[in-house]
Write a protein that binds this ligand. Structure first.
Ligand SMILES: [Zn+2]
Length: 237
């Protein structure tokens, strides 16, 4: 642990946080209170938000190859800056993976299902029906069409590299537990690296952004406080 990490760990102790006063269960879409931080989930529903409808909704690949949604990216960059200013390792907050299309998930799903089928055969286990195999697979891979990553609002952060246990004991996780909500991000409790941008009012803000893009207008303040990235404009001609 580096000196900076130790400072951050001391500042964000893992057991003394009490978020009782900030919990508002009525807002919870899918909520579970669990763990030392009293964290709860507020999941992004792929069926509600859908896939991005305009190319300009996603951050250009040259800015971030993970291509998060521009609204989430704007909030994430403010959150990352605040975390780094508090001594958190920037690598833990970097975006490892964000937008994944339904088409890509179809490929990933088929590949993983096949892998599992072969692994069972190799281990001499009885073959499962497609239905049972899929049910087993759903514990590990999101079924195409259901992943929060389809929206661009789910971010897998650099905490990913620390693994299931390590991601939740890192100072960056403690920092996120205390502050992410202020920036509109909520955890997915089984994976310490997976955070979803889903503040109250996001559905209507997204609808207004799409309406603006359909008219060819600038997104303006729909992205929140000043953006740090160029917005991809539809190519002319
Ligand atoms: Zn994820």
């Amino acid at each position: 642990m580096s000196a900076t990490e130790m400072t951050a760990a001391a500042r964000w102790p893992t057991r003394t946080c009490d978020l009782e006063g900030t919990l508002r269960p009525a807002e919870v879409v899918t909520g579970v209170r669990r763990g030392a931080f009293g964290l709860y989930q507020r999941r992004v529903r792929a069926r509600v938000f859908g896939e991005p409808r305009f190319e300009a909704e996603l951050v250009p690949a040259e800015v971030d190859p993970a291509r998060p949604h521009v609204i989430a990216y704007a909030a994430w960059s403010r959150m990352r800056d605040a975390a780094v200013a508090d001594g958190i390792d920037a690598r833990d907050l970097a975006i490892h993976s964000a937008y994944r299309s339904v088409a890509l998930q179809v490929e990933v799903w088929a590949y993983r299902l096949d892998e599992r089928r072969r692994a069972r055969a190799d281990a001499g286990l009885p073959a499962l029906s497609e239905r049972d195999l899929a049910r087993l697979q759903m514990k590990w891979t999101a079924k195409p069409g259901s992943s929060a990553h389809h929206t661009g609002f789910a971010l897998d952060l650099g905490l990913y590299r620390l693994g299931k246990r390590g991601s939740k004991t890192a100072p960056a996780y403690a920092w996120l537990a205390h502050h992410a909500r202020r920036f509109g991000f909520y955890p997915y409790l089984p994976e310490g690296w997976h955070w979803e941008y889903n503040p109250p009012g996001l559905v209507s803000r997204l609808a207004r952004l799409r309406a603006a893009l359909a008219r060819g207008d600038e997104p303006g303040d729909l992205l929140g406080p000043p953006m740090r990235i160029p917005i991809a404009r539809p190519r002319s001609g």
